[in-house]
Design a protein around this ligand. Structure first.
Ligand code: MG
Length: 396
């Protein structure tokens, strides 16, 4: 058997590289994805890259990786890039440009790593073309989980999570029967304000909220981690990925971020996936799934780690977590409203326009004002998102 495994591995190494399209190549996940691919030039080729606005970094990536084409969401930034590269590479722009590169026949895998709602339409375009999607943009599943799930079945697409918690669950489920899952246990670091008293939440600064103890990430997700909204969005994401009701998805605070999530099975056995907090591991696993490939880097030193601790999250202090559970139970367009209100409120907090403790208050208000539409289509989702953004804009 070892000989057969070695033979299969050598076959994989000899095959032509798989063409990867990265939506959000200049962001934190996009850059880590390119770092992973740098280690496997024979296996993966970053064939198409897309960014929202960061053409300076995209230009450096074009020089290093020589993609077949790129797309820039912001049209004026796309024009600036065209002028800079003078026809040496195909440059598409706008939502249509992003949708076109993920739909090309020569794309094998799409890494969906744009931030927020902006990732929805190109991810749906990739699904309708039956692509394999490594999903880092959790907001897409939050706002359109029901629609995406039915499209994935209809179009034969495959969704592989990149989020470390969901990658952990996928790893725990290798060789298991999904019908034998009792519950999923998502771990949360608790963020920088785990031990901050609730009364002090009104005076939390942007700088303090951006200082995550364990993970280095983009600004939006770092604020979501500080409010625990990130974990709430991940509960919704887990619901759609693993088809379990909210009452069988639990959140536990685990400040060391060594266990990335766990699965409890019907016999009471629990599997946990562990590793040092580094997004390159779940990205690489999504690209090599269901196999593994070697990866250099630090390893867990258990005697040095000494202990791992666990707590129940304080849902009264971290109201965003409870709001996410509420939105999931309400269903329909409620998670779309939760996400839109959160994106606008987080943006306003980052600009210093609202206090930290106003984020959950604003989301709560948006949810209570909204008339939920059940089983929404793409147009309903776009409309709920647009309406919520304009309503929340008046509160910030
Ligand atoms: Mg995560």
């Amino acid at each position: 058997m070892p000989c057969l495994i070695a033979y299969l591995a050598s076959k994989t190494m000899c095959a032509a590289p798989r063409n990867i399209a990265i939506l959000g190549s200049t962001g934190s996940i996009g850059q880590s994805s390119l770092e992973v691919m740098r280690n496997f030039p024979g296996q993966f080729r970053p064939a198409y890259l897309a960014t929202n606005t960061n053409i300076e970094l995209l230009q450096k990536q074009i020089i290093e990786f020589k993609p077949k084409g790129v797309a820039v969401l912001d049209r004026s930034r796309a024009s600036a890039l065209r002028a800079a590269v003078a026809g040496h590479i195909e440059i598409l722009s706008g939502n249509e440009g992003l949708e076109e590169i993920v739909s090309r026949d020569d794309v094998d895998v799409v890494i969906s790593a744009l931030v927020g709602f902006a990732g929805l339409k190109p991810t749906i375009a990739a699904i309708t073309r039956g692509k394999t999607i490594a999903l880092a943009n959790k907001e897409t599943l939050v706002v359109a989980g029901e629609l995406m799930t039915s499209l994935i079945k209809e179009c034969g697409a495959q969704l592989i999570p990149v989020d470390s918690e969901h990658s952990a669950i996928l790893q725990c489920l290798l060789g298991e029967d999904p019908d034998q899952i009792a519950r999923l246990i998502l771990t949360a670091s608790g963020g920088p304000f785990l031990n901050t008293p609730r009364e002090a939440f009104s005076s939390i600064t942007v700088e303090a909220a951006l200082n995550h103890p364990n993970w280095k990430m983009g600004n939006k997700i770092t604020i979501d981690s500080a409010t625990l909204m990130n974990k709430g969005l991940e509960v919704i994401e887990a619901h759609w990925l693993f088809d379990l009701p909210p009452e069988r998805i639990e959140v536990v605070i685990h400040p060391q971020s060594i266990i990335h999530s766990m699965v409890e099975f019907v016999d009471g056995s629990v599997k946990a996936q562990m590793g040092l907090p580094d997004m390159k591991l779940p990205i690489q696993f999504a690209l090599t799934y269901p196999r593994r490939s070697p990866m250099d880097g630090a390893r867990i030193d258990f005697p040095k780690l000494r202990s791992m601790t666990f707590f129940e999250p304080d849902r009264a202090k971290f109201r965003c977590l409870q709001l996410a559970f509420d939105a999931l139970s309400l269903g329909g367009t409620a998670p779309t409203v939760l996400n839109a209100a959160n994106e606008v409120a987080v943006g306003a907090f980052l600009k210093g326009r609202i206090r930290f403790d106003r984020i959950p208050a604003i989301i709560d208000r948006a949810l209570s004002e909204h008339s939920i539409r059940l089983s929404p289509g793409l147009q309903d989702i776009v409309e709920a998102d647009r309406h919520t953004r304009s309503f929340v804009g008046t509160l910030c």
